[in-house]
Ligand binder design. Structure first.
Ligand code: SAM
Length: 401
């Protein structure tokens, strides 16, 4: 079973697809195809287990167990009835169905999910004279997708989505999801740069989502290793031996400490306490932390190369517009003293021109990412291009004499 191949879909937030595709390629998974909010591959269960343990961007890992043509409730019923559910779950187990997509005939996903449930229940009743129950806390979580007249039936190997990965996370205002922080680090290129010792600084680190993701990347910690509960454990075909093997290889690749220094600063002392707590909860080393206002930001190590990656307060969620605008201005002032040949600055900010308050243009490339429902831009400030010409304040010859 572990070597036979199946189709898998790894779901993700919109905008993450190209980064997720690269992340999966780094796990040696082949035949990857990016979709809309997902990446598909054909691979073994070992590939799927590696994805569950290692992916920083994926939300769920779905394993396809059936597909059939159709657009109506009746075709859905017949197709689902044909799937050998008794090979996947026990008759006394609990199931849950998520249905997505639609056709001319199927408009309500809840009705469709109920129809599919009827088919599964009828199949069990026919064979055992009893039926599984329906519960969100399910032993088998089933995902059915209808697209262009094709139903695809999959089982969710994860259960709780992968981005929920910090147990008892302590948070400050407007924390990022771990998946979004990871996407920012991948988009900046720091996931490669850290191998050459390039530092990472988040001067407004809040509860530390960016610096802790960075620590996980730099120390090769698989984010799934700390998780205790996976839906796959309750699947009838779950192979504990193969899972243990993959967990073991994952543990063996961990590093004790990062090659590159990682710094988190915040004006709020309670935020820094949160980062310490969250580092422990994630099982990663604590970064270099300091309570420090942006006004005191300097390059942490002279001559060191570094990336500054941050999400400043977001006008709509915390802080007034004037305050937020002032934060960007202060950041720009501090950056103007950074050695521009060796430092780069990346921001997750609103899709407006607020970043210009830093006094720098942005580079050409910018990416749209979503912070929950909020549309954001991830952009790099071009530290070589201030919006106003730098005034040379050195006194002229005449003034000096
Ligand atoms: C949007 S939150 C960052 C959230 C963080 N990325 C997380 O995932 O938890 C912005 C942070 O900026 C901090 N901040 C605001 N003004 C600041 C200033 N002048 N100096 C330093 N930190 C500041 C706030 O205390 C807050 O923690």
């Amino acid at each position: 079973m572990s070597l036979s191949k199946s189709k898998y879909v790894v779901t993700c937030s919109h905008g993450f697809e190209p980064f997720l595709q690269k992340e999966l390629a780094r796990l040696n998974i082949q035949k990857l195809k990016a979709g809309h909010g997902s990446v598909e591959f054909t691979g073994t269960l070992i590939d799927a287990y590696r994805t569950m343990l290692w992916s920083r961007l994926g939300s769920r890992v779905l394993m396809e167990i059936g597909r059939f043509e159709g657009t109506t409730q009746e075709e859905l019923y017949e197709g689902v009835l044909d799937i050998p559910w008794e090979e996947h779950m026990d008759v006394d187990g609990r199931l849950w169905i998520d249905f997505t997509g639609q056709s001319k005939e199927i408009r309500h996903t809840q009705f469709a999910a109920r129809k599919a449930k009827d088919a599964i229940v009828d199949r069990f009743r026919e064979q055992y004279n009893k039926r599984p129950s329906v519960d969100k806390d399910a032993d088998l979580r089933i995902h059915i997708h209808l697209h262009h007249g094709l139903f695809t039936v999959s089982i969710d190997l994860c259960g709780t989505p992968l981005h929920v990965r910090t147990p008892d996370k302590h948070i400050t205002d407007a924390p990022l999801k771990e998946t979004l922080a990871a996407a920012m680090l991948y988009a900046s290129g720091w996931d490669k740069a850290h191998k050459k010792g390039v530092a990472l600084v988040d001067p407004m680190c809040g509860s530390g989502t960016i610096v802790l993701e960075a620590m996980g990347i730099a120390c090769r910690r698989a984010p799934g290793l700390i998780r205790q509960e996976w839906n796959v454990f309750r699947w009838l075909q779950f192979d504990q031996k193969v899972w243990n093997q993959v967990v073991q290889e994952t543990k063996e690749s961990q590093l004790e400490a990062p090659k590159a220094p990682i710094f988190g600063f915040d004006i709020d002392a309670s935020a820094i306490d949160c980062v310490r707590h969250n580092a422990k909860a994630q099982g990663v080393p604590v970064p270099n932390l300091r309570v420090q206002p942006l006004e005191s930001l300097k390059t942490p190590l002279a001559e060191q190369q570094g990336f500054l990656v941050t999400n400043p307060p977001y006008g709509e969620r915390i802080g007034s517009h004037a305050h937020v605008s002032g934060v960007y201005e202060t950041l720009g002032n501090q950056l103007s003293h950074f050695p521009i040949e060796s430092w780069r600055c990346f921001l997750l900010c609103p899709p407006n021109e607020l970043y210009q308050q830093t006094g720098f243009h942005r580079t050409e490339e910018r990416i749209t990412l979503y912070n929950g429902p909020l549309k954001c831009r991830f952009l790099e400030l071009d530290l070589h291009r201030p919006t106003h010409p730098v005034i040379d304040e050195t006194p002229s010859h005449e003034q000096r004499t």
